[in-house]
Design a protein. Structure first.
Length: 174
């Protein structure tokens, strides 16, 4: 039986994410549908190109060198939000340089955080690394998605189950 998703916790929510090839954006938009959260897509001023082998080379190099690329301007008052979802692709086992820039540019303290990541291989240490960066917050949960654009139905089902499990939704699709 299909049931409509119901928002359980009415606290103000924000989804912050970076998406390179659309997978993380897909999950962020699904979270927004479920929670009616505000959304902030981080965009890099001079992002790497999305084709060929060099995207892996340049992206990996940026992660290893702990680069913090300049982000396009955004205007959000993070104090307004109780719960913040942070999403990233997994690059070389960690979060992207765009997320590193966000962390470098902002103090997020005393919030309830949920992390989501999209990957082609595995999650590696992405959640461990994010937890270390946001240690002054309460981490409510983490969830990883392997190629969600390729496995849309499975990804949406897992997301629904996760949101119910952590208390964001009171009902979910069965």
């Amino acid at each position: 039986m299909n049931t409509k998703n119901t928002i359980y916790n009415q606290s103000k929510k924000l989804i912050i994410f970076y998406s390179f090839e659309g997978n993380t954006k897909f999950i962020a938009e699904e979270i927004q549908k479920l929670t009616n959260a505000d959304i902030l897509q981080l965009k890099v001023k001079n992002d790497i190109k999305t084709h060929g082998f060099f995207k892996y080379f340049w992206g990996g190099k940026q992660v290893f060198m702990k680069k913090t690329p300049e982000l396009l301007d955004y205007n959000k008052n993070f104090d307004e939000y109780e719960k913040i979802f942070i999403g990233t692709p997994v690059w070389v086992g960690s979060y992207t340089p765009a997320i590193r820039s966000f962390i470098s540019d902002n103090k997020v303290i005393g919030k309830e955080l949920l992390f989501f990541a999209c990957f082609g291989g595995d999650e590696a240490k992405v959640f461990e690394n994010l937890k270390n960066e946001f240690k002054d917050n309460k981490i409510l949960g983490t969830i990883g998605f392997k190629e969600p654009l390729k496995y849309k139905e499975e990804s949406i089902k897992r997301l629904n189950e996760f949101m119910h499990k952590i208390g964001i939704l009171s009902t979910f699709i069965v």
